[in-house]
Design a protein around this ligand. Structure first.
Ligand code: AMP
Length: 397
């Protein structure tokens, strides 16, 4: 097990104690509305457990990437939804380690909940400042980390704080680690991995690691054009990493040597600009015009990829990154077709957060997916076989 020697929340004697819980309430917000509250819903189990154990619960989270204190990054935008999902009142502190937080925490009763203001309002959070971590830790007797989405980052509230408090991982973190590491290390085969998203450079380590584990790799999204170019095709104005052409060659060669089926797009939807309303058409990979950019996989490719998924019924699929610019509806078709196919195929399906997860949620297919991860970056870390710093920092049993 990934965290075999680490304490979990049930190893702590929390009754009557102050417990600092690192949550991931970094939910997407459009025009003031939360568009996906999965991260809040998934944190419920740990919070409920702590309430039931009569702990005094101090939740903390980051929210967005603020460069200064600003209302659009305040957890005030999230706290009502947290209250609704947990079903209890939550007191929001005006700061994270300041006078208001201290006053609320001092007066907190058993079973009550306080939420500290956005940790990233202090730059010391992302700097993993020991002083900040110490002050945060001084608010509590125990630390529970349930923020899988932030577990790949060594910040004060994920790693630093563990130096100053007995710590454990929460139920959400356990579920993510169990599901993803099981799928990657002892999968039901065949094991298929779908990788998309903007850049090859973000996923080099993951591709290399997966080539030792999977039966099939499906590549789409922006990174596919670097492979198309490496194969000698003209790719117009499509996104391309010129310095990764050799690497793309190397990956294709390795796949062959390791007997891994590597599927690349054979047609594309190309457009005159990076906009939803740009003029677009479908072309084979050999005919991308010089003034067009690839925006999505074409219908032939979507069918080939879908067929590969259906042929892997009974196995496992792990998907990270969209197959096209799916935030523009005209270029979301490939991503949506794959989401639909996966939802209809009898297999273990893991979607590693971000755009692909959003597509599944928008299409109301979440129920038919085995696991939608709350953390795209952390999921990639696990696929790459890397240790998550936030888990490494947790107390040994
Ligand atoms: P990532 O964060 O690496 O998963 O990348 C997600 C981003 O990849 C999305 O915002 C997409 O717009 C982008 N993307 C997907 N396909 C393409 C493409 N063909 N050209 C440019 N960007 C793309």
């Amino acid at each position: 097990m990934y965290y075999a020697n680490k304490k979990t929340v049930e190893d702590l004697d929390v009754a009557g104690k102050r417990v600092l819980v690192r949550c991931d309430f970094n939910v997407p917000i459009v025009e003031g509305q939360i568009t996906d509250d999965l991260r809040i819903r998934e944190s419920l189990k740990t919070i409920k457990y702590l309430i039931q154990k009569n702990a005094k619960i101090i939740m903390c989270s980051h929210f967005g990437r603020p460069t200064k204190v600003a209302p659009e990054f305040s957890l005030a935008l999230v706290v009502k939804r947290v209250e609704k999902i947990i079903g209890c009142p939550v007191k929001l502190a005006k700061d994270s380690i300041g006078a208001d937080a201290k006053a609320l925490v001092e007066n907190i009763k058993e079973g009550e909940l306080v939420l500290l203001e956005n940790l990233r309002f202090q730059k010391e959070e992302t700097e993993n400042s020991p002083e900040f971590a110490k002050k945060l830790a001084s608010l509590a007797d125990f630390f529970v980390n349930d923020a899988f989405g932030a577990a790949h980052r060594a910040h004060a509230s994920t790693v630093g704080v563990c130096k100053f408090l007995p710590s454990a991982i929460g139920y959400l973190m356990q579920k993510e680690l169990d599901t993803i590491s099981q799928a990657i290390n002892s999968p039901k085969r065949p094991l298929v991995s779908i990788l998309g998203g903007a850049k090859v450079s973000d996923k080099i380590g993951v591709i290399h690691s997966l080539l030792n584990k999977v039966n099939t790799v499906i590549l789409g999204g922006g990174m596919a054009y670097t492979f198309a170019k490496a194969n000698g095709f003209e790719i117009g104005t499509s996104i391309c990493e010129e310095d990764k052409l050799d690497l793309a060659h190397d990956i294709m060669k390795q796949a062959q040597e390791k007997n891994v089926k590597l599927l690349l797009p054979t047609d594309y939807v190309v457009a005159t600009g990076f906009r939803n309303d740009a003029e677009f058409k479908t072309v084979p990979v050999s005919q991308i015009p010089p003034d067009y950019m690839g925006m999505d996989i074409g219908p032939q490719t979507a069918n080939t990829f879908s067929k590969a998924i259906r042929e892997s019924a009974g196995g496992t699929v792990i998907w990270n990154g969209p197959l096209g610019v799916c935030e523009f509806p005209n270029f979301a078709k490939g991503t949506k077709q794959l989401a639909q196919t996966i939802s209809e195929t009898d297999m273990i399906s893991i979607i590693g957060g971000g755009d692909a997860a959003a597509a599944v949620t928008q299409m109301n297919l979440s129920e038919k997916i085995t696991h939608i991860s709350t953390g795209g970056g952390s999921c990639l870390h696990l696929l790459e076989g890397m240790e998550l710093p936030a888990v490494a920092a947790i107390s040994i049993k």
